[in-house]
Write a protein that binds this ligand. Sequence first.
Ligand SMILES: CC(C)(COP(=O)(O)OP(=O)(O)OC[C@H]1O[C@@H](n2cnc3c(N)ncnc32)[C@H](O)[C@@H]1OP(=O)(O)O)[C@@H](O)C(=O)NCCC(=O)NCCS
Length: 203
Amino acid sequence: MSIRNAKNRDLPAIGAIHKSQFGDHFLGQYSTRLLETYYGAFLGKSVFLVHETHETVDGFVLGAKSDQLSACRATFLRSALLRCIWETLFRPRLWREGMISGFSSLIAPRLRRGRSEDASTRPRLRLLSIAVSEEAMRKGLGTELMVAFERTIDDGSVCEYGLSFETTNYRAARFYEKMGFEVEMECKAGIYLRKKLVHNTSK
Ligand SMILES: CC(C)(COP(=O)(O)OP(=O)(O)OC[C@H]1O[C@@H](n2cnc3c(N)ncnc32)[C@H](O)[C@@H]1OP(=O)(O)O)[C@@H](O)C(=O)NCCC(=O)NCCS
């Protein structure tokens, strides 16, 4: 068992884990091939680690500074826009969800004005995604990946990091609670958490 940086050849396994674990989320409704392209956009531009058991990738974690994550998403959209449109056409549930989130993003900046829990106060470093395969769940892999992620981002300049997840993801809520996160904000879009890093001075 080992944890290492994600490589191009890991993308099919990462796409498959995402599809099985986030199948009912927005992105998880797209094909595994599109998910591979999505995750490929983050390779080499983020902290992107995989867990391997007997040479099989059975978990991953991905995070970076918010502006870097946005740049990777933009790269993905530029490279796969036509495929995104094509796949969306055949998934009516995505039109509805896309319209709702598009509408929210149009009105959200206006609603946010004057609110103290503004996005600008959130930690800039964010964990975007963590998942382990269904067969590997509840064996401590998620914990190992979080510990490795924190060790990698802890270069002395980072004090805290944040993440968000869907309000209905109770398993994730229990997991992050155990990992020592604090609730920053809860809204319809999701639960926002943050965690202060305890700097490892022996590094
Ligand atoms: C969240 C996730 C990564 C946890 O990985 P994992 O390897 O199963 O977690 P661990 O075995 O390290 O568990 C650590 C702790 O989390 C909590 N936990 C994990 N799974 C849980 C579950 N199904 N129910 C309740 N608590 C759970 C427990 O407190 C557990 O400690 P314990 O086993 O000593 O009781 C995994 O469940 C997963 O891939 N979920 C789907 C994807 C997802 O929701 N990701 C998070 C949102 S981005």
